[in-house]
Design a binder for this molecule. Sequence first.
Ligand code: AMP
Ligand code: MG
Length: 531
Amino acid sequence: MAGLESLRFTNRFTRDLPGDPDTRNLRRQVRGACWSRVNPTPVTKPELVAYSREVAESLDLEITPDNEQALADVMGGNRLLEGMDPFAMCYGGHQFGNWAGQLGDGRAINLGEVVNRKGEHWTLQLKGAGPTPYSRTADGLAVLRSSVREFLCSEAMHHLGVPTTRALSLVSTGESVVRDMFYDGNPKHEPGAVVCRVAPSFTRFGNFQIFAARQEHDLLKQLTDFTLRSDFPHLGEPSPEAYTALFHEVCARTADMIVHWMRVGFVHGVMNTDNMSILGLTIDYGPYGWLEDYDPDWTPNTTDAQGRRYRFGAQPQIALWNLLQLGNALYPLVGDAKPLEAGLDAYANRFQSGHRRMMAGKLGICLRDPDQDEPLVAELWPLLAAVETDMTLFFRRLADLRCEAGAPDADSDLLAPVEQAFYQPEKIGAEHRASLADWLRRYQQRVRMEGVPDPVRKEAMNWVNPLYVLRNYLAQLAIDKAEHGNYGMVRDLLEVLRHPYTEQPGKEEYAAKRPEWARSRAGCSMLSCSS
Ligand code: AMP
Ligand code: MG
């Protein structure tokens, strides 16, 4: 382990792919290039709010009180290290179903790509470090509240076992950034911040789409060949077959990622094709949210409140739609639609089987007999949706239901373990209680058939059903404090969320369902794209 100066930069993206010859930091359409050189904008007073020790470890970095300020200086954008070659990527994308043309890294600046002692490649990217040629009409900055949310959520997702980009650091900049949070004519000054994101690469579906849309097929081929060699070397040298294999692997990885989102109750909020990673990582934490009461129609994104395109339950189909757009973009290289269509079919199959396995895991059973078990699973969802039932707590507490021979099965015995998951228990009618108890009784009998002892089932279920997720109101409480210069709760949450499946005595408050005050508070249940 060593300090910042020991980071070794390889920078394959800028080394191997065509860049924009124009190095002026002016907003424009960038043609004939995959990236533009641009430096972070220096800030007044970079201060380290928090960092992830696991990400630092992946980079072979040792952070000590002695080099914390150096880390803040570099990751706040004030100092470049030897070997860094900062750039912004050119990409396009479909936003809310419509082709939006060039988007690009409007407020993300890649500092460069590091190779660690194990030979792993990691790209470091600052989010909110100032304007780039792709900033369009915006300022290139990020506010503390959205940066806290991105920092905590990417690390929380990682520890939950969900594929995601990571976050090394969260730095407050000392700058004030103006945001009109709900686009309603009430702009406010907010503290600025920069997150250093880390991933093997930040290539998005939109990186391929922009070249296909512009018919820059030579660039499309260069980017795809580069992606094959750097991110998917096991697929062999570039050829139409390798391009097809690449597409199939992206489909598979995306299916796996969405299964995980559905498992933990994560709603991305803005599944535009520019926010889809070619590596199947969760990327771009904006107005995301966590399901509290189970509601497949819920979206946290107020910008999407009308159409609810990106609601929880629609995520599997939206991912398929996005993959179709990626398939269209790769078509000029493959020259045949059939193998690409097969990739989409493979997505659907993989999602379906993955989802079935995931649900079996959540319930602690083996789904062996689809005729019998599918209805058991299918009938649970409407019951959870019928009255406000906390999804996370329901599955966690279901593991406590006694199922062994002789276990009590009166309605009240069956309901007792999951009672805690109800938001308004006093409003639940006798009819609903009876229906849920009936389901629980069938579940109990189903578990008993497998003969797995209760403690064994509980342990297995508790590795699938987290106890601690980044509940929307918890993130907001941490933000409220951070905006007053108190970073304790950000650090505390980071710590608790490192072990989301393990009960942590003294941390019960972080497992508690949403309190009533948070039901309709901005930042808790409603978020805009303003960040
Ligand atoms: P999103 O869908 O939020 O990921 O962003 C869509 C596009 O807008 C991307 O190209 C972003 O880089 C860009 N963008 C978002 N916020 C800003 C900002 N404050 N300054 C510059 N560009 C931004
Ligand atoms: Mg984005």
